[in-house]
Design a protein around this ligand. Structure first.
Ligand code: PLP
Length: 431
């Protein structure tokens, strides 16, 4: 499989190139040159197939022979070593729990797959790779953790001192091994600026590759299609409606790629918080990027979703075509809180704010329809403890992986908000 830029279809690169580059030239995003097709036999054997087998079968269509079969099977087994169960919440609606990975968020799936692909290429080429990530809290931990113990790759995370929650800080600073946390005396934008300066200014003298682990990397998108097959496999129903709580729309794009490959899904719903750029687009055909507004489902506070560019190509820049496959609704924080409260009180199920937006979306679409629905629950409720506590008055227990990391000692290196500090660390370690 070759990969093309969303802004120039004549530009084609290998999977390896696309993964290593992250962003395509002209600031386009990499897309598979053709949509993969899963054969009828795969689809009819889907019910009961394991997640690891699905990942291997689907993934190898994207990776081709760039990673040998055996290595790729091992890679999928390692990446997908936690369950993604479909759990019934109420009559006709189930939750696809994507939060059983090491950092309890769905981004674990994409981050782990990308990390191991980069690790494989780094070893094959006998290159050392150093990844720099700036994080405001959540995404950084999934990415960093994804690279834990991946040979040939080191990760340096920069986070703003005192600006992340206790759990987040523990997740960033207790990994050890090939992961280093730098605690920057500044805010998130400072961290990001330091990282950007390093990319343009630091001379690696050819001794290693300095790279980012960008959220739009194709290797994060591909594995985000695996669990849609697994959801259908568990639902044993080809007429299911799937609702995705969306911010940058990468998760949904994974689902649309699965659908394009022949996965039977009745309809998709993209649910957002009040950052409603896409719901407005589906309604009016006009896409207007807006500054993001803060909400309680803050991982979805995105006013100009980066993966819209990919979706728009898939649907031939046609909003009607888009709308035939994807309905899109936006919900307020008040509706989200209300849904969390009701779902706990009536059904005993604790939602996180993002999952609650997902449930709102699927319910809205299913109104007066005799269909089954699934929403994606993208984070464990303890990751948004304050909201969950204030709405339900219960304190859900920390999952084991988070308990374990809360017990560990924080290890960080404090640096000032200046590039010289970061440069010195890179020089001392790698030159
Ligand atoms: C990132 C994130 C989302 C949004 O996913 P996109 O792929 O950006 O649409 C939803 N929920 C949680 C918990 C997230 O971390």
């Amino acid at each position: 499989m070759q990969y093309i830029s969303s802004r120039d279809k004549n530009l084609k690169v290998s999977f390896e190139e696309a993964v290593k580059r992250g962003l395509a030239p002209n600031k386009g995003l990499f897309m598979p040159e053709n949509y993969i097709q899963m054969d009828k036999e795969f689809i009819s054997n889907l019910y009961g197939m394991s997640l690891q087998e699905i990942g291997y079968q689907v993934g190898k269509k994207y990776v081709g022979n760039e990673i040998p079969d055996n290595d790729f099977r091992n890679l999928c087994n390692e990446v997908l070593n936690f369950d993604i169960p479909l759990v019934k919440v109420k009559n006709n609606i189930s939750s696809l729990e994507l939060f059983h990975g090491p950092t309890c968020a769905f981004k674990d799936v994409g981050a782990r797959f990308m990390a191991r692909c980069l690790g494989y290429f780094s070893q094959k080429n006998k290159e050392k790779t150093v990844i720099l990530v700036a994080t405001s809290g959540d995404t950084g931990s999934a990415v960093a953790r994804g690279f834990l113990n991946v040979p040939g790759v080191d990760v340096i995370i920069l986070y703003p001192s005192g600006k992340v929650s206790e759990i987040q800080e523990k997740q960033l600073t207790t990994n050890g091994g090939n992961i280093t946390a730098l605690e920057v005396n500044g805010v998130f934008d400072d961290c990001q600026r330091l990282v950007k300066t390093a990319f343009t200014n630091f001379d690696t003298k050819g001794k290693f590759k300095l790279t980012s682990a960008n959220s739009i990397n194709i290797a994060r998108l591909i594995p985000q299609s695996f669990y849609y097959y697994y959801a259908v496999s568990q639902a044993k129903n080809a007429e299911t409606v799937i609702c995705v709580p969306s911010g940058n729309f990468g998760n949904l794009t994974g689902g649309i790629l699965a659908w394009k490959s022949g996965l039977p899904v009745k309809h998709f719903v993209a649910a957002t918080n009040i950052n409603d750029t896409v719901p407005q687009y589906v309604k009016t055909g006009i896409y207007t990027a807006k500054p993001s507004k803060q909400t309680i489902s803050n991982a979805m506070d995105v006013g100009d979703p980066s993966n819209f560019e990919r979706l728009n190509i898939i649907f031939n820049q046609n909003y009607k075509e888009f709308g035939e496959t994807i309905s899109s609704y936006s919900f307020t924080d008040e509706q989200t809180r209300e849904k969390m409260k009701e779902t706990y009180e009536k059904y005993g199920y604790i939602l996180d704010p993002h999952g609650a937006v997902g449930l709102l979306g699927v319910e809205k679409y299913l109104e007066n329809k005799n269909l089954e629905g699934i929403f994606l629950e993208t984070a464990h409720p303890t990751k948004f403890l304050d909201v969950v506590k204030s709405v339900t008055s219960v304190t859900p227990e920390l999952p084991e992986t988070l308990q374990a990391c809360m017990k560990k000692e924080k290890q960080s290196i404090k640096i000032e908000n200046n590039y010289a500090d970061l440069e010195k660390i890179l020089k001392d370690r790698y030159l």
